[in-house]
Design a binder for this molecule. Structure first.
Ligand SMILES: [Cu+2]
Length: 294
């Protein structure tokens, strides 16, 4: 399906009158979303084709564009939060910790040495680092900070940071600080593509985060390089630190599922009730499988 789509895009590109501003806008919009909302891009392509045949005017084109992009208009409503509450707590691990295998460094060993395995980092007092806590079922709340740009660096043959969280509508700025070629190939966990860029040394590029989900990023040159960006429609997400601590602020009163996700340990949910301006502590504990050798 992906291959067919790519051919279609090439054919369309040849067929376009690119000097036409409306069509150029449509093509740009389509390119922007093609990696993230693939099905919608295909729908948009169909609409463009039909519109070309029927020779609709510019307004018709724009109306169709908005009809074709329901994923860009998400349900989260931004409000001024009154009596918001803080939720904080810890994410911990109990049980024996598996010994992580060293990453298999197969290339460029002079640059790629001592690359840490960050798939399970447990700090003091069994705190779990890089767990992502999200507030599920929040339909309205504080605004997303649209101007925030998240950074993803390629540094010493690892992605940095290894895990981060962001909101739909924000951008990720991808950098390469290494003297060698890397790529950043981002897929949602259901394999839906998000973006795929080649990064020569020194290159900086910016990509929009257009849909919610867990995005896994791989480097196609160095198979050991991975990173995650957890994207939510709202701003209520937090990454646990080395002590396993996290905090969500300005949560509107209501009933929610508080969810924690970790790349190696999976997910947990807790139902919480947030009362006006009443802070609460919610802790999570992951148990590693018994019998795992240390
Ligand atoms: Cu790489």
């Amino acid at each position: 399906m992906r291959g067919a789509g790519q051919r279609a895009e090439v054919n369309e590109g040849r067929g376009f009158q690119i000097h036409d501003p409306i069509q150029r806008l449509l093509l740009m919009a389509k390119r922007e979303i093609v990696s993230g909302i693939y099905a919608q891009a295909l729908l948009l392509r169909e609409i463009i084709m039909k519109t070309k045949q029927k020779k609709l005017g510019g307004l018709g084109l724009l109306a169709l564009l908005f009809i074709a992009l329901p994923g860009m208009v998400y349900a989260y409503e931004e409000i001024v939060v009154k009596d918001g509450a803080t939720i904080r707590g810890t994410v911990k691990v109990e049980g024996k910790l598996p010994k992580l295998p060293p990453l298999q460094i197969t290339k460029y060993k002079e640059v790629c040495k001592d690359v840490p395995n960050e798939s399970l980092i447990v700090g003091p007092a069994q705190g779990l680092r890089y767990a992502v806590v999200t507030l599920e079922g929040v339909g309205k709340g504080k605004p997303v900070e649209k101007e925030t740009v998240h950074e993803l660096d390629n540094l010493k043959c690892r992605f940095s940071p290894h895990v981060q969280a962001a909101s739909v509508g924000q951008f990720v700025m991808i950098k390469n600080s290494d003297p060698i070629l890397h790529t950043a190939h981002a897929l949602f966990t259901n394999e839906q593509p998000q973006f795929n860029v080649g990064l020569y040394p020194g290159r900086v590029t910016r990509k929009p985060l257009v849909a919610a989900g867990i995005v896994k990023i791989r480097c196609e040159v160095h198979p050991w390089m991975t990173a995650y960006i957890v994207v939510t429609e709202h701003p209520y997400h937090a990454i646990s630190d080395l002590y396993g601590e996290y905090e969500l602020a300005d949560v509107p009163p209501g009933v929610y599922q508080l969810k924690v996700w970790h790349e190696s340990l999976g997910t947990q949910d807790k139902r919480i009730e947030v009362k006006p301006a009443v802070a609460q502590k919610v802790d999570f504990t992951f148990t590693t499988s018994p019998g795992v050798k240390k």
